[in-house]
Design a protein around this ligand. Structure first.
Ligand code: GLN
Length: 477
């Protein structure tokens, strides 16, 4: 499957038209997705109608992009992987990122599976279907944007959008072997993204190469009057960072991210990637992010508190699946929510309601906000010494389907290296950096995480591309 850049050159030379590219994608989906289960739906006619009108001179002219099923695209379903929304809801409007993608000439094509309301790390919490890792179909693709990662790995998409509240772009990108970038909070509009935790959520690109991530980021970033947290600053030219050298760049290695709990093979692969950065002229510097040990607890208080508030809107009156047998309004809310939400979503609503309730607010929510401040300060201080931070994305490679689904705590711990990025509001990216042996000759991808200063996505693209060019993992991937 081509990259965005390949596709653009084939369009320009006249070797391929957008309609042909979309039809060939649909063929790949029809032959491969029965096994992978990454798409929830796609509308070929709508995409072909858009392809017929598209202006090929635009930066993403005619490029089909798969969309996580939490991002509204006018006229299409938006289930969020939930039984609550898989009926009686069609998006009445385009999300901010979709309007921007269309303005850049891209064609939203296909809705990708996800953990219900983006709560999870394996896509197993989808109430609608199982998604398998294309590298080893007995394993999870990562989550919550597991569908968006799997479609790239399975050659069922050129690029995709995901959303990341605590790692949901970077972790599936790492486990399925693609590039995933979580922009700085405020860089990309959240308008039309079904909210999970509003102070943490960001939409970002999932692509085959770093160069492609720069192209998609350029298209989706920037101010949107519908999201007051989206900043107004002028955007840099992200592609200009691709190809810059990294000589003398200081790369921080947080000692807490290379400690106990990290799989030995993953460590070996990530260490080798860091050596590679060194051989490109970067200077590794050991740093400390001392509040890392509190990140999981802090995240699961703040994210659940915000989720309990955000998910209150699903009352089955305005939209979604409605319980049939209720006698009165209150009963209708109760029954619809009890039937519509899955177990993990209920667990989070209960936790979130608890930590916000009177008497517990000060002990949990307020305390977590204070620790969040300390976590942010750790990064501010680290970035006084280094330009970027490098680490693993996930402590293990892709695990088996069912391995952790009955153990929420084990699942939460899988996010230990990604959650702090969102709590601090900074940017992060996962770049493929090699493989572990896996089983039965099915090797498993590993991701290198790069973290940058607020609004310094350009630095991530610069380092990520220099690394990618030197190693060429994307050719293997
Ligand atoms: N895995 C984390 C969670 O379950 C992060 C999810 C996300 O980033 N959407 O909350």
């Amino acid at each position: 499957m081509p990259t965005i850049s390949d596709l653009r050159s084939s369009y320009q030379s006249g070797d391929l038209t957008p309609a042909e590219a979309i039809r060939s994608l649909a063929e790949n989906i029809d032959s491969r997705d029965k096994e992978i289960g990454a798409y929830l739906s796609y509308d070929l006619d709508a995409a072909l109608a858009e392809a017929a009108e598209v202006d090929l001179s635009l930066p993403l002219g005619g490029v089909p992009i798969a969309i996580k099923d939490a991002i509204n695209v006018k006229g299409q379903p938006c289930t969020c992987g939930s039984k609550l929304l898989d009926q009686n809801y069609t998006s009445p409007y385009d999300a901010g990122v979709i309007s921007k993608l269309r303005a850049a000439g891209a064609i939203p094509f296909g809705r990708t599976n996800m953990d219900e309301f983006a709560m999870g790390s394996s896509t197993e919490n989808s109430a609608l279907q199982v998604t398998r890792n294309p590298w080893d179909t007995s394993r999870i693709p990562g989550g919550s944007s597991g569908g968006s990662a799997a479609v790239i790995a399975a050659d069922e998409a050129v690029a995709a959008l995901g959303s990341d509240t605590g790692g949901s772009i970077r972790q599936p990108a790492a486990l399925s072997g693609c590039v995933g970038l979580k922009p700085t909070y405020g860089r990309v509009s959240r308008y039309g993204l079904v909210a999970f935790a509003s102070s943490l959520d960001q939409i970002g690109p999932m692509t085959r190469t770093v160069e492609d991530a720069a192209l998609v980021l350029q298209a989706i970033a920037g101010h949107d009057a519908h999201d007051s947290t989206c900043v107004k600053d002028a955007l840099p030219d992200y592609s200009s960072f691709v190809g810059q050298d990294i000589k003398g760049l200081k790369v921080g290695l947080p000692k807490e991210y290379f400690a106990e709990g990290l799989d030995a093979e993953v460590k070996e692969v990530v260490d080798a990637a860091i050596k590679q950065l060194e051989s490109l002229g970067a200077e590794p510097v050991e740093i400390s992010l001392p509040h890392t040990e509190y990140a999981v607890a802090t995240y699961y208080i703040i994210a659940t508190a915000e989720a309990s508030t955000n998910l209150a809107r699903f009352d089955a009156v305005r939209y979604g699946r409605r319980a049939e047998s209720a006698d009165n309004l209150l009963d209708q809310y109760r029954q619809s929510r009890a039937q519509g939400f899955g177990e993990e979503v209920k667990r989070r609503i209960i936790l979130g309601t608890y930590v916000l309730s009177s008497g517990y607010y000060d002990a949990y929510y307020l305390q977590a906000q204070k620790v969040r401040h300390l976590i942010r300060k750790d990064f501010t201080e680290a970035f006084e010494k280094v330009d970027v931070i490098a680490s693993p994305v996930s402590p293990t490679p892709a695990f088996k389907i069912g391995e952790k689904s009955q153990d929420p705590m084990a699942m939460y711990l899988a996010d230990v290296y990604t959650l702090s990025t969102n709590l601090a509001g900074i940017c992060g990216m996962s770049v493929p950096c090699g493989f572990t042996q896996g089983e039965d000759g099915k090797k498993l991808p590993v991701g290198l995480q790069l973290l940058g200063k607020p609004f310094a996505e350009g630095d991530l693209l610069k380092v990520g591309h220099a690394y990618e060019k030197a190693c060429d993992w994307q050719k293997v991937v």
